[in-house]
Design a protein around this ligand. Structure first.
Ligand SMILES: Nc1ncnc2c1ncn2[C@@H]1O[C@H](COP(=O)(O)OP(=O)(O)OP(=O)(O)O)[C@@H](O)[C@H]1O
Ligand SMILES: [Mg+2]
Length: 249
């Protein structure tokens, strides 16, 4: 089982979009579990919108000793399963502030993920939180989506700082992190210049695949579905991304 975190400490760079597209692509060949590790619960509301109430969510996995991942796995499609989240998780950092070993809560529950899963993809919130740290601790690989803004690069730098802090605290060893360009456009001079700078400065960690700007992604979310089911033309980029990541792993 390989675990991939999708994370950037900057909002709206395409973490959720990437999680859904990549998970759908992987689910064509593998059994995939998506963990909604964002209190905003975007994945939950986009893909599990027809379920009004969950017996348990990731919130319970964090807080309750006897609840594991296997108590809150919901099927979205064939080979594509989801651990949902809920808005209560907004206060988790506070609720867990006095708990020891709190960066390892998910690590200590990893054995409750059924071994049938080949891949676990974790969608994260845009904040440095205990939940982000838990996600990094259990991940084999981190993908950091950036859009064509300098603040998303600052978000990447904050991610690197967070990794360094976790290393200094002996909570992780070296983690592979890759940068994914999302919401780029093909024509503007601004994006071309930005792209050139990114290619020069981040060449060791930059993925070749670029997800271009398109309203189709927003449409797919509004329709509670994946880009693969909404637009075959826009789905192709996720085949490329998937192959690139399988190569790295
Ligand atoms: N390549 C793209 N082209 C156009 N719109 C996109 C693209 N990728 C994502 N979007 C849209 O941009 C918005 C933000 O994307 P998304 O929710 O994936 O970002 P996020 O990083 O998960 O945000 P947050 O930090 O709030 O969790 C969404 O409405 C999404 O549909
Ligand atoms: Mg999101």
């Amino acid at each position: 089982m390989k675990i991939i975190s999708i994370a950037n400490v900057k909002g709206g760079t395409g973490k959720t979009n990437t999680t859904i597209g990549l998970a759908k692509e992987l689910s064509k060949k593998y059994k995939v579990l998506v963990i909604d590790n964002d209190p905003q619960s975007s994945i939950t509301s986009i893909l599990l919108n027809d379920i009004k109430e969950f017996d348990n969510t990731l919130y319970d996995v964090y807080l309750q000793k006897n609840i594991g991942f296997n108590d809150c796995i919901y099927e979205f499609q064939e080979n594509f399963y989801i651990v949902p989240n809920c808005l209560n998780s907004m206060t988790l950092d506070l609720e867990l502030s006095s708990k020891g070993n709190r960066e390892n809560i998910l690590l200590n529950k990893l054995n409750t993920i059924p071994t049938v899963f080949d891949f676990v993809i974790i969608d994260n919130s845009p904040f440095i939180s205990l939940q982000l740290k838990n996600s990094i601790v259990i991940s084999d690989l981190i993908i950091c989506p950036i859009d064509n803004s300098s603040s998303s690069l600052q978000g990447y730098n904050m991610m690197m700082k967070t990794l360094k802090t976790l290393q200094d605290d002996n909570l992780i060893e070296n983690k592979n992190i890759y940068v994914l360009r999302n919401r780029f456009d093909k024509t503007s001079k601004f994006t071309k210049d930005f792209n050139k700078a990114v290619e020069e400065n981040l060449k060791d960690v930059l993925l070749d695949t670029i997800i271009f700007n398109s309203i189709k992604y927003k449409e797919a979310s509004a329709l509670h579905t994946t880009i693969q089911e909404h637009s075959t033309e826009h789905a192709k980029v996720f085949t490329d991304l998937c192959n690139e990541i399988l190569d790295k792993i």
